[in-house]
Design a protein around this ligand. Sequence first.
Ligand SMILES: *[C@@H]1O[C@H](CO)[C@@H](O)[C@H](O)[C@H]1NC(C)=O
Ligand SMILES: *[C@@H]1O[C@H](CO)[C@@H](O)[C@H](O)[C@H]1NC(C)=O
Length: 344
Amino acid sequence: MHLKLVTTLALVAPSHALIRFGCSQLVVDRLDPLVEPGNAPSAHLHQIIGGNSFVPDMSPAKHDPAKLSTCTTCQPADDFSNYWTASLYFRARNGTYKRVTQKANSGFEGQNGGMTVYYMQNQLADYQQKAKVKAFQPGFRMLIGTPTASTKAEADRYPQLTYTCLQDMGTRFPETKNFPKKPCPSGIMVNLRFPTCWDGKNLDSPDHMSHMAYTESGTFESQGPCPASHPVRMPQLMYEVIYETAPFNDASLWPEDGSQPFVYSFGDSTGYGNHGDYVFGWKDDALQKIMDEECFVRCSTMRTQTIEQMNNCSVARKVVEDVGDDNWLTALPGHGHMKRTSSS
Ligand SMILES: *[C@@H]1O[C@H](CO)[C@@H](O)[C@H](O)[C@H]1NC(C)=O
Ligand SMILES: *[C@@H]1O[C@H](CO)[C@@H](O)[C@H](O)[C@H]1NC(C)=O
């Protein structure tokens, strides 16, 4: 659906911008610079995309990705931000694990793993994109979701973290809060939408969330105003991460009790622990300039690079360990939290 919108919208003249672009994988590593700065290893494995200055400690005083990076895995050549989410594993009947790789959205074929990233000014289905937003500032960072959520009620605190079971690459509905319970022929897509209202003062906060808030109507999509405590309207940042689960779809490999076999790198098999992290790193005011342009996806102010250049940017894993790409692991890297809640 998102992709179909993009192709039909060229006819409409929006007042401001919506951008949607691919980013290749930078590295898969057990690092978590926001929650566990400096720790190598951190508690669980992530896939990271974006600028190649990504390191275990990215405290803003010493780390501006736009200044320190020399390449980025993202299509916009001026975007050295880092974006990351947890890795996914398949758990075999004998209790061993193999890592599930990510794959590109349609339209981004050739991209090595990674994600699709959006910045928008109005809800995705709004062809005009009229409402002005203030772009994120240097030093800005945030996260959404928590790996400790193990019930739907806990996951519902983050209303826009969902899954789509891809019947084909164009499937966009329905979205669920938990992992799909049946095999998904084209993979599992994780949708992460961040809050969009900023307190206007703090580039970060102790929980990396409370400097941001949802709109008064609950979500950006429902188009409510920002609350007085967080009055500044920011772009809706959204990730789509597609896990290539198809190689594990054979029913004879799935658990005999009828549950689904996928588990996050932190041990969650419900999917309620869905979370994503963001460290802003656009060069100068490149993001604000794009947001102020009248364009939809193809924005002349957005300098782009080729998929070959995106794939050519990577960093070496800092925590050297077997992450289960070739071998079946007897435990998740770092053992995660080893939370074993069953899908409800
Ligand atoms: C565990 O299961 C996987 C997937 O079926 C298989 O490839 C692997 O050889 C098994 N490992 C052991 C020790 O039986
Ligand atoms: C890939 O990276 C290398 C080393 O940074 C560089 O020399 C080369 O020109 C790059 N190739 C492409 C296609 O960007």
